[in-house]
Design a protein around this ligand. Structure first.
Ligand code: DUC
Ligand code: ZN
Ligand code: ZN
Length: 481
């Protein structure tokens, strides 16, 4: 009898720190051993391939509930298919709150919807209305159900929180041992500029970028960090679009604060000029914060190499170009203010980042693994179950052909959305098989997994979400307000 159920033979195993030629043995859905000459009941040949940990995408909007009923176009089954096609095996998506209502009922509905997932999944809890009931009663309950991160928006109607409400969420997170993730843009500044742009008749998609220049992202990032420092609460700044914003995070880190920075695939390849395509086409590239300039891409890679930004997510938020509830929900001549924000990217994330990052020499293989799998798993309490290849970890593996050349098209993405903003990109490197807990769920682009075979990932207390214990004047206001 073979010692192991499955052995992935002869590949190059890559973790966040090491690259070694080795076999990986799997039993009971977990990695059982790493070595040479391992034998198993089943064998997968990985000669010439990289063996990477399954991608961990800790910022993606899948089947997110919408105000007034229904949910985003991307369902848990289509979203899971896209993830597995692109080498991602775990995600953290968002349970919502609608102003004037609580968070328990939407979470219950969202859990039911997510039960169809084929990827393993957890949730961030969005807070848009920091009432006493929510911060003192409901947040403790959702955290006890394993939702150990809260998401706040400092801009966007009707989601945004003012500083007082943001402080109440930071305090609630501190009391309950949860991470806080923050969308940092200045609400009033965006509204003021938008009003002026619309009055001036500047309404085309490209003016989306003009409505929210980098300094308003930098200002909100600075403010979020200062307020988190006062409360002594760890935060991750979501979707940092450029180096000038990352500088705020570097300063916070140099002071020893528990502040981390995420960026997303699109900020390495898209630019504001993409929104200047004829007619409505620019809407395909519209997301917030706005993509910046081509020159910003190289600077952003530097922030990855320095470690200031240590997670790259997709921020997948799909709105089809030709669907009446998608980008043109308010008509194809709607002013930029009324076009839904977001770009799809679940399947594109790893191939685009490998190609632009590793194949073009911007980062090494281990950094690629760290920012797409290991660090997100650590930052959100999924480690040491997800995010690396070592005995005891879930056997989430991607067999990766580092030399394969592909012209990326929307058909490769396998999502519900009718376009990809990365259409036509020449890509080097591609996932040829995905294993989720030891099961082959994608081979040569064909995804085969049962809806409902994804597992919920409840998250318990963990160090990165634990406050430092450093408070102004030693006074813990979060115990009272
Ligand atoms: N920005 C977000 O903050 N979320 C989803 C889409 C987007 O563009
Ligand atoms: Zn956001
Ligand atoms: Zn988002």
């Amino acid at each position: 009898m073979s010692e192991y159920e499955l052995v992935v033979r002869g590949g190059t195993v890559v973790t966040g720190t090491d690259t070694i030629r080795a076999d990986v043995a799997v039993s009971g859905g977990r990695i059982a051993a790493i070595g040479t000459g391992l034998a198993g009941a089943t064998r997968i040949d990985a000669d010439g391939l990289l063996v990477l940990p399954g991608g961990v995408d800790t910022h993606c909007h899948i089947e997110q509930l919408q105000r007034g009923g229904g949910a985003d176009e991307e369902s848990w089954t289509t979203g899971s298919t896209a993830c597995l096609a692109g080498g991602t095996t775990s995600v953290i998506s968002f349970s919502t709150q609608f102003k004037g209502a609580g968070i328990l009922a939407p979470l219950a509905e969202y859990r039911q919807r997510a039960a169809k997932a084929m990827v393993d999944y957890g949730f961030h809890q969005i807070i848009t209305d920091a009432t006493d009931e929510v911060v003192w009663k409901e947040i403790p309950q959702v955290v006890s159900e394993g939702v150990r991160s809260l998401k706040v928006f400092l801009t966007y109607d009707p989601l945004h929180l003012d500083d007082r409400a943001f402080l109440r969420v930071l305090a609630a997170a501190r009391r309950n041992g949860a991470m806080v993730t923050v969308h940092c843009e200045n609400y009033e500044a965006i509204n003021w500029r938008t009003e002026a742009l619309l009055k001036a008749g500047l309404t085309a998609p490209k003016y989306h970028a003009w409505s929210r220049p980098a300094m308003i992202e930098r200002e909100a990032t600075h403010r979020a960090i200062a307020l988190a420092e006062m409360v002594d609460q760890p935060i991750q700044v979501f979707h940092v679009s450029c180096a000038e914003v990352a500088e705020e995070i570097a300063r916070a880190r140099a002071r020893g604060l528990k502040v981390w920075g995420e960026t997303c695939t699109q900020y390495f390849v898209l630019a504001a000029e993409d929104m200047d395509r004829p007619g409505f086409e620019g809407a395909k590239f519209m997301c917030s914060p706005s993509p910046r300039t081509q020159a910003d891409h190289a600077k952003l890679w530097r922030e990855i190499r320095s470690g200031t930004l240590d997670v790259i997510s997709s921020d997948h938020s799909g709105w089809s170009y030709g669907h009446p509830k998608g980008k043109p929900v308010n008509g194809t001549d709607a002013p930029f203010r009324d076009i839904p924000n977001g770009v799809p990217g679940l399947a594109a994330r790893l191939p685009v980042l490998f190609s632009e990052g590793v194949a073009k020499g911007n980062i090494d293989l281990n950094t690629f693994v760290r920012v797409t799998a290991t660090n997100p798993a650590k930052l959100f309490g999924l480690y040491p179950k997800k995010g690396s290849i070592a005995p005891g970890f879930d056997a989430d593996l991607v067999l990766w052909d580092p030399a394969k050349k592909t012209t990326l098209t929307n058909a490769h993405m396998q999502h519900a959305i009718d376009y990809t903003p990365f259409e036509g990109m020449e890509i080097t490197g591609w996932p040829v098989a995905t294993l989720r807990r030891g099961e082959v769920v994608m081979r040569d682009g064909k995804v085969q997994a049962e809806p409902g075979s994804g597992q919920y990932l409840p998250r318990g207390p963990y160090d990165m979400a634990t406050p430092r214990g450093v408070l102004p004047d030693g006074f813990d206001a979060s115990a009272y307000a």
